[in-house]
Design a protein around this ligand. Structure first.
Ligand code: UD1
Ligand code: CA
Length: 453
């Protein structure tokens, strides 16, 4: 099967420099959603007809099996499909999709293709309360599709028809080639209409069948930011429904945003206003507090992420306590039972089992052993302004508050660093290392008093 995706429209109503089909829905360009559905159908080729801003679209979404065809000038949907025809094989079926109709599902398309069966023309149609703006499906006395009339060309009677063309259709490539060669532009918009092939199919004795989508939302197009936001909500509520069916507790399904893939074990609980990006895996019993952002993160069983935590490209073991207000950056790998408290930032570091950094610390480019206690205000000074260096902290180390570890530096197993230490040389195992000045008290010292004038 050959897929043709029409994506040449300018999308003026988005009022954006970003081409319409690159506008994000659930974190992915609109066109990426359509490409995913097309790929799920095992298309032999996907022809994308692009126009305005096309190079950016191509750079962003190019991949194996995609043929990019420029349409210039843009003379209508029939003209757009015609641009793709030289790349399509006779003997195959063609499926026409739209780059700005992102929720179309592979199941609906599978039924459409089956209905076309390699010889018929199958149209995806829906009944709308308000059909304004759409092409209307006109049927003959026996109920068979006769043709499609565009709103702008329709009579008052024809406009009353509520069955509309979604634009999505499947037909044999060889037939489309014949019919499109005959389509003219003598109509209200002076365009070559793809919809005119329906009348031509009927005239040629080819059966035209219609299929309804699983849900009308699948056929909704995006022309403006309000429509984009409306589709985002539809998409998010379907993800929320799926998660809840799988047993996930969502405190409010209307306040969840998944912009990628979220997979959850049993008894996972997610509080309000969390955003999941990229690939996120939450194991059994994980609890995510309110207002967290997780991107490319895995969280082990029984771990809790408290509110306002921002976790990026991080692997978290089982039974950890993260946050509130924790920040983990790419390359963070936490073992089991690790605690990362408020205003702690960890980057490109491994922290082994049962270690804790509970308050106000920066751990960057470090290897932290097991059962280490990192006191409040501890900082790994990993950067000299030009190069980054690693800090190694052995098992069972205790680091007092307000300590700076000037990397590269090693702290031996079981060592204790006194509060306020600036560590510039390796600290031996099992000893107390402290670098602060000795405390003294001055007897008889008096506070200055304000001079009289
Ligand atoms: C089209 C259908 C109409 C249907 C409606 C569904 C035609 C003539 N009419 O109308 O029956 O009810 O879609 O939304 O097909 N495009 C190109 N190149 C062009 C023109 C359009 O690639 O030269 C693309 C656009 O980017 C868009 C799609 O085709 O994704 C539809 O174009 P648009 O002008 O929005 O079609 P409508 O007039 O809404
Ligand atoms: Ca139009």
């Amino acid at each position: 099967m050959e897929v043709v995706i029409l994506a040449a429209g300018q999308g003026k109503r988005m009022r954006s420099v970003l081409p319409k089909v690159l506008q994000p829905l659930a974190g992915q360009p609109l066109l990426a959603h359509v490409l995913a559905s097309a790929r799920a159908l095992q298309a032999s080729r996907i022809c994308v007809v692009y126009g305005h801003g096309g190079e950016a679209v191509r750079t962003r979404l190019d991949g194996p099996g995609i043929v990019w065809v420029e349409q210039h000038p843009q003379l209508g949907t029939g003209h757009a499909v015609q641009q793709a025809l030289p790349h399509l094989a006779d003997g195959e079926q063609a499926l026409v999709l739209y780059g700005d109709v992102p929720l179309i599902g592979a199941d609906t398309l599978g039924r459409l293709i089956a209905a076309a069966g390699g010889e018929r023309l199958a149209l995806l149609t829906v009944e709308l309360e308000d059909p304004t703006g759409y092409g209307r499906i006109l049927r003959d006395a026996s109920g068979r599709v006769a043709r499609i009339v565009e709103e702008k060309d329709a009579s008052a009677d024809e406009r009353r028809v509520r069955e509309v063309n979604t634009g999505i259709l499947a037909a044999p490539v060889a037939r489309l080639r014949e019919w499109l060669a005959q389509v003219g532009n003598d109509n209200a918009q002076g365009e070559y209409y793809l919809t005119d092939v329906i009348g031509l199919a009927v005239a040629a004795g080819v059966e035209v069948v219609t299929v309804a989508p699983d849900s009308v939302a699948e056929t909704l197009g995006v022309n403006s930011k309000p429509q984009l936001a409306a589709l985002e909500r539809i998409y998010q509520s379907s993800i929320a429904a799926r998660l809840m069916e799988a047993g996930v507790t969502l405190i409010d399904p209307a306040r969840l945003d998944v912009r990628g893939e979220l997979s959850c074990g049993r008894d996972v609980e997610i509080d309000v206003n969390c955003v999941f990006e990229g690939r996120v895996v939450l194991d059994d019993g994980v609890k995510i507090g309110a207002n967290c952002v997780l991107r490319d993160v895995s969280v082990g069983a029984g771990s809790k992420v408290a509110p306002f935590s921002h976790l990026d490209s991080t692997s978290i073991g089982a039974e950890c306590v993260i946050g509130p207000f924790a920040r983990t950056r790419p390359g963070t790998v936490l073992g089991n039972g690790v605690h990362v408290g408020n205003f702690v930032e960890i980057k490109n570091s491994k922290v082994a089992d049962q270690s804790k950094a509970n308050h106000l610390a920066y751990v960057g480019d470090a290897d932290v052993g097991a059962r280490v206690n990192i006191g409040a205000g501890t900082i790994t000074c990993n950067y000299d302004g030009a190069n980054k260096y690693r800090t190694e902290i052995g098992d069972d180390v205790f680091i007092g508050s307000d300590t700076q570890l000037v990397a590269p530096v090693k702290v031996g197993r079981g060592a204790t660093l006194g509060a306020g230490t600036t560590l510039t040389h390796d600290a031996p195992p099992d000893q107390l290392t402290v670098s602060r000045a000795r405390q003294r008290s001055i007897p008889g010292w008096e506070r200055p008093v304000k001079k009289k004038t």
